[in-house]
Design a protein around this ligand. Structure first.
Ligand code: SF4
Ligand code: SF4
Length: 75
């Protein structure tokens, strides 16, 4: 989906792990990389997110572990 739409639906801002450093959320849709400021995994809301459901994504902690594409290609 369109990144702008994903950002609008993204639950990261309400997540206990989230650290606000004014970067773009919807980490699952990112082309590459992880968050520059979220370092500690303290819970993840992605399993309940409409973006996750709509895109049929299967991972969590996109902010610290990388996007859906990134994690899908990791070994
Ligand atoms: S699945 Fe996670 S990273 Fe992706 S939009 Fe939803 S809350 Fe944000
Ligand atoms: S990717 Fe998951 S853990 Fe990271 S901020 Fe979003 S909901 Fe929280």
């Amino acid at each position: 989906m369109d990144k702008k739409r994903g950002i609008g639906l993204c639950l990261c801002g309400m997540c206990p792990s989230y650290v606000d450093c004014k970067e773009e959320i919807a980490y699952c849709l990112a082309k590459q990389g992880t968050s520059g400021c979220i370092k500690e995994e303290q819970g993840c809301l992605c399993p309940g997110c409409p973006v996750q459901a709509e895109e049929d994504f299967s991972h969590v902690y996109y902010c610290t572990r990388g996007s859906e594409t990134g994690q899908s290609h990791a070994r």
